[in-house]
Design a protein. Structure first.
Length: 135
């Protein structure tokens, strides 16, 4: 009785080596690539003074989530706010102005407002923030 030898199967081509090469290339380009654009000049971000006491005096501008404005607790429109601040800055040059904005207030409303207040001659324009609770 003769036993037939099983036919040799051809080995399938493995792509494991190719996958390794692709991953090495991916890691290589991630390490050497620049992920963000850098400024052509030195930029030093401001330092937050979280936990520091809020300076006293000055004026407080409140901004509601819907964009409503108030100056020292009285509701005003933007023209009235800027007029009242201009009058106070005439009496007290370099007045400190705090902006107390709702967390949902649109940023497109806050930044121009801060710029306009600064242009009036306010010494400092401070944005009031709440620190993240300690867990």
């Amino acid at each position: 009785m003769k036993l037939a030898r099983p036919k040799k199967r051809a080995h399938p081509e493995t792509i494991i080596a190719l996958i390794d090469v692709v991953f090495f290339l991916l890691v290589f380009f991630m390490l050497i690539g620049r992920m963000d654009a850098t400024a052509p000049f030195a930029v030093v971000p401001p330092v937050a003074q979280s936990g520091a006491d809020m300076p006293g005096g000055g004026a407080t501008v409140s901004v509601a989530a819907d964009g409503g404005l108030a100056l020292d607790g009285r509701a005003v429109d933007q023209a009235g706010l800027l007029g009242a601040l201009a009058a106070r800055l005439g009496e007290e040059p370099g007045l400190l102005v705090r902006i107390n904005a709702d967390g949902a207030a649109p940023l497109r409303r806050l930044l121009p407002l801060a710029g306009e207040i600064e242009a009036l001659g306010a010494r400092d324009v401070v944005l009031v923030v709440t620190p993240e609770p300690v867990r």
